[in-house]
Design a protein. Structure first.
Ligand code: G6P
Length: 628
């Protein structure tokens, strides 16, 4: 949600910033802007529209400065206009600022600043913060600067510029990842974060501030993940980190483990397509090294819980948002089915305000691809505040959720760039299945059942490969149904969450109205939608409820509703019942949701392409939702 980049070095800042913005564009793409410092002036270009519009605009200006900031926006306060695009410039012309987050008390601050003579060009909360910094800078005595700092990075922890940002932030309520330039400090940049992601790339003679690693990976793999309440000051070729309260922080420089090619489309038309087809490898990476030597259970290095501590747990709570919430619902089913322990799943956004009573021996999990979703982070903090240990299932290494959790499991699927989650989802399903196995084996699951479960999970990547081979047939089905305006997705038990996910995928990227329902519930309302114009996608795997699902299909067919059936090998449908059939390989219950995810991902993808939609950047959405 909003991408920010800042550069201080020897190269042309605008070029590096624009490259970073292109890689961050999946975070928000309403408008974009860049500002560089040159000869004591702020040179600014900003436009509503995609980053490519900004690239053309910047090309007209020939910005040559080597210090700069850039932003790609997902609008919160103020509509999508050039004026509301970032960077914002303070009304005295001294500061430029980019911001990801929401300043909640902006209206009080604005009233105060208006009374002090500051003017505003935009409707944004960001411009208020920019002017507040200018106000504090004007109040600080000129020349106020602390001595250089001796933590090895040697920029000095204090300066009038830095202290003005610090003072302004002390008056701000809300969330922010910001980067600020000051005309009086041509080779400096100040950046800070609170509940919005921010990291510092440490390169060869240069530093880059960014919302996430994809924006810096082409320049450096050395990275410092900033924590909430920290301020970084880039100056004199180095950097210092301090807290809002002016305490010094010793930086820890980490290495990013993936490379630039992981964040590129290669020969695929879209990131989403690439990520769908990467799933076999992503699943292999998620499970690598995570099975016991005797092949009967899972192993997780980072849970920070002993087997006997886990044995005390008699209830689980899972919180997440969006697609990750669907993965939690499948995990609930598997834990209850195989470990026979109760599980509750809640939307993180609901949990944080619901004040729900939790049992004492509850183990709390959050699931989040990005590790930055604000509601999931807030749910984690709320559970910790109540004294619960919280484990995170998360993909992005070094993310806020990963750092704040008491333990967890990394997904290891590499960067997911397509806004609609695919490979992260199937990896979450896999890890959920492994968690269920681990807990079940601490309880009543036998050694031999454990061995068959493990061997089934190990076979999941190949089964997914088999489904991916059906892409041409699924594409043909997509073409037939791409012009319908409503869809139902229906499934039962562990595939009910897959029905929700199938409907979400279709909505997200093709803007077709779709609903996911338990197949039998369809009679209690959604059946009213059924006509020739509303196809139903059914999950009908082999098993005890197959015949029941077939009955639901008959009810749809009797009302002229087209039926797309996703069955497993060995299932026989009555002739003429389904208008299109996709057959999945027969598999273990724990693997079925993973395999079943693939056809609905492909169906949605090809329908969206057929409708000419921008698959990787669907309207109004953002990959990582860091505002409430
Ligand atoms: C956004 C994305 C979804 C994602 C959800 C949760 O809404 O568009 O694809 O599932 O956030 O994201 P997380 O990073 O917490 O898994």
């Amino acid at each position: 949600m909003c991408g920010i980049v800042g550069y201080v070095g020897k190269q042309k800042a605008a070029t590096i910033i624009l490259e970073g913005l292109k890689r961050l564009e999946y975070r928000g793409y309403d408008s974009a802007g860049v500002c560089v410092l040159k000869d004591g002036r702020l040179e600014l270009a900003k436009k509503s529209g995609r980053v490519e519009v900004l690239v053309k605009e910047v090309a007209r200006h020939h910005f040559t400065g080597t210090t700069g900031i850039g932003h790609t926006r997902w609008a919160t306060h103020g509509g999508v206009t050039d004026a509301n695009a970032h960077p914002h410039i303070s009304s005295d012309g001294k500061f430029a600022l980019i911001h990801n987050g929401v300043i909640e008390n902006y209206s009080q601050i604005k009233t105060f600043l208006l009374s002090k003579g500051y003017g505003f060009q935009s409707e944004t909360d960001t411009e208020v913060l920019c002017n507040l910094i200018a106000y504090h800078y004007a109040k600080e005595p000129a020349g106020a600067s602390n001595p250089p700092h001796a933590n090895g990075h040697g920029t000095g922890s204090g300066s009038r510029f830095l202290e003005s940002v610090r003072k302004a932030l002390q008056h701000v309520e809300g969330t922010y990842g910001i980067a600020v330039l000051c005309v009086d400090c041509p080779t400096e940049l100040v950046a800070a974060r609170k509940a919005s992601p921010l990291l510092l790339g440490v390169g060869d003679g240069e530093h880059i501030i960014a919302s996430d690693a994809s924006a810096i990976i082409s320049r450096t793999q050395s990275v410092v993940y900033l924590k909430d309440g920290e301020i970084v000051h880039l100056a004199r070729g180095g950097f210092t980190i301090t807290t809002l309260e002016q305490e010094d922080v010793s930086p820890v420089v980490d290495k990013i483990t993936w490379s630039i090619s992981d964040a590129e489309k290669g020969n695929y038309a879209h990131f989403m397509e690439k990520e769908i087809f990467e799933q076999p490898i992503a699943l292999e990476n998620s499970m690598r090294g995570r099975f016991s030597e005797d092949g009967s259970t899972a192993n997780f290095g980072g849970l920070n819980l002993t087997a006997s501590e886990l044995r005390q747990i008699d209830r689980f709570m899972f919180c997440a948002c969006g697609t990750a919430w669907h993965a939690c619902l499948v995990t609930e089913h598997l834990i209850e089915r195989f470990a026979r322990l109760p599980v509750e799943v809640d939307y993180a956004s609901e949990f944080r305000y619901r004040n729900s009573p939790l049992d004492r021996n509850t183990l709390f999990f959050v699931m989040s691809q990005s590790g930055e979703t604000i509601d999931t982070l807030a749910a984690l903090r709320e559970a910790q505040r109540k004294g619960y240990r919280v484990l995170a299932i998360n993909n992005v290494v070094g993310s806020t959720i990963a750092r704040e959790a008491n333990g967890g499991i990394y997904q290891h699927v590499g960067p997911e760039i397509g806004v609609a989650s695919t490979k992260a989802f199937t990896s979450q399903l896999l890890i959920g299945a492994m968690v269920a196995l681990y807990i079940a084996r601490l309880r009543d699951m036998s050694f031999s059942d454990g061995v068959s479960y493990v061997s089934a999970l190990k076979g999941a990547p190949d089964l997914v490969r088999q489904v991916l081979k059906q892409a041409p047939e699924i594409k043909a089905i997509a073409k037939r149904f791409a012009r319908h305006a409503d869809f139902l997705f229906l499934g039962r038990l562990s595939l009910f969450p897959l029905a929700l996910e199938g409907a979400l995928k279709l909505k997200e990227i093709s803007y077709i109205h779709a609903e996911g329902y338990p197949a039998a519930e369809m009679k209690h309302g959604p059946i009213a939608l059924i006509s020739e114009e509303c196809p139903s996608v059914f999950f009908a795997p082999k098993g005890e409820i197959f015949n029941k699902v077939v009955s639901s299909m008959q009810e749809i067919k009797a009302r002229k509703g087209p039926v797309i059936a996703i069955i497993t090998e060995g299932c026989e449908l009555p002739p003429g019942l389904a208008d299109a059939v996709i057959t999945l390989p027969d598999c273990h219950e724990a693997v079925l949701p993973i395999v079943a995810a693939v056809p609905v991902q492909l169906l949605s993808y090809y329908i969206a392409v057929e409708r000419g939609c921008d698959v990787d950047k669907p309207r109004n959405l953002a990959k990582s939702v860091t505002v409430e």
